[in-house]
Design a binder for this molecule. Sequence first.
Ligand code: EPZ
Length: 417
Amino acid sequence: METFLIKGGTALNGVVKIPTAKNALLPILACSIMCDGVVVINDCSRYTDVNYMVKILTELGAKCSFENDCLIIDSSCADKFFISEEYTKKVRSSIFMLGPLIARFKHAKVAYPGGCNIGTRPIDLHIKGLQSLNVKIEEKHGYIFCDATNILSGEVHLDFPSVGATENIIMASVFSKGTTTIYNAAKEPEIEDLQNFINAMGGKVCGAGTSTITIEGVKKLHGITYTPISDRIITGTYLIACAAASGKVCLTNTNPNHNTALISKLKQSGCKIQIKNDKITLEATHRLKSISKIETLPYPGFPTDLQSQILTLQTISKGTSVIIENLFETRFKIYTELTKMGADIIIKDRMALINGVKALYGANVTAPDLRSGAGLIIAGICAEGYTTINDIYHIDRGYLKIENDLNLLGADIKRLS
Ligand code: EPZ
């Protein structure tokens, strides 16, 4: 198993380009099974989660190949709607194969999804949403069986603005006769990107980015070449890393509008931030002030996927911070590892109370999941001495050789087998 060995105490300076977004790529890859032409995805970042989705598409009969950074998908020969648990267990995103399989084959049989162990990760909103469109669903022996022979268009009211459920219902409705409306839809930028992808193939989706999305049924989707949006969580991770380590970093190929909640918090803490077109430059020259309160919320609120990273920053800031995690019930797993590095954190249910300390010290820690793994890297860069991070396979699910980018900025991270 690979580990990271990090020598702490280095500032971060320089320029890094942000890759395309994991959470945009995954639904776009799922959706490509609905296309009767060839889909070419430019700058397709090969996160391990993306590699698993390619394996799922291949299992369904699609032809997938990489040419440099482009992924070429020809789903014309896809002829299966059954996904075994071999791959579904590895990724959460397998759940939003339901919508595309229902749209194309009117049937789906998908094993329960996997994904980060950050909570129970229920799928009731997906199921109830599809059932309200007359999809017959049975759950047995760890599989979800869908019969959409008589799928209807209509209205779907989500009890919670779930990203995955919104994406699934959009895709399931693309070929339905009539118009489907989703109320209380999630507003994440990745949903807008999915809308743009579907419409570029001839679909008729509108309203993504707002809480009401309509999908007008079309007969088919034709092939296209598409470039997904950049990864706002990698952008946020690198901004927080520079804020914690001090230095001056310029991130290119970003969409600053996708990180407004984080940028506001980092300015509060004393960072200097400049925005110009697709570039965000952050400068931190001293120990930052604690951010008194951070609460994770659906977009455009503070993203839960940056909670572990900003928590790490608070452990070495000046003062006390309270972080409330509203999305996932067990997303504070990083705290045990940070405590080994000298952090002063108290956890009570969904609340973390952090007393900033002057410095963390290096230790042997283990990444519990993807984003807390990224938080531990930030801790290692700032800590005195050496830090070893185990189970870094979690981190590779959502970052592309993260050590290369951070070493380019001045970090000292070695990937050891
Ligand atoms: C997506 O997960 C992202 N994953 C997650 O990113 C992200 O944390 C999450 O959205 C929230 O922004 C992908 O896009 C692949 P949800 P998803 O459905 O769709 C509850 C990362 O690190 N819920 O919006 O699974 C759920 O328990 C990953 O890149 C139900 O109750 O998230 C949670 O409390 C981690 N029933 C809340 O909704 C359901 O049927 C938000 O979940 C579905 C969700």
